[in-house]
Design a protein around this ligand. Sequence first.
Ligand SMILES: [Zn+2]
Length: 141
Amino acid sequence: MDNHDVVDSDGEPERISWCLGQAGCGAYRFAGFRGQPRPCTHPPRWAGLVLVEHRHPVELWVEYACDLHISRLQAPRELLDRDRAALDRRREQHDLGAAGRPYERPGPIATGAAGRHRLRRALTLAAPTEAQAGSGVAPSP
Ligand SMILES: [Zn+2]
């Protein structure tokens, strides 16, 4: 897995922002001078966590990313059936909203201290898998 920062054709690091609650990879690219943000169109292959620190209380979201943007996720793992179902649901709700119908907005799975605790636990659980993969990351003591 190549986790280097994505570089655009001009050799400049690609400017990426993240849009929470997308029915796919949450990365948005800014292309060129005053470029409009465009959603990443690569298929999501990874599920992971994103801690939104600038909100009060902080929010922990389950988010999805393609191979290029996996580095935006914490404790990433390959998609499970439940993730595919969640992505389908986000897509359905997005389509309802786009059609002007009532819809359910995606939200964080935890907030505040509970969110930070859940992230720490997920990172601890993810550590042995990374060690097995040979990345040299040891589980935290
Ligand atoms: Zn992407």
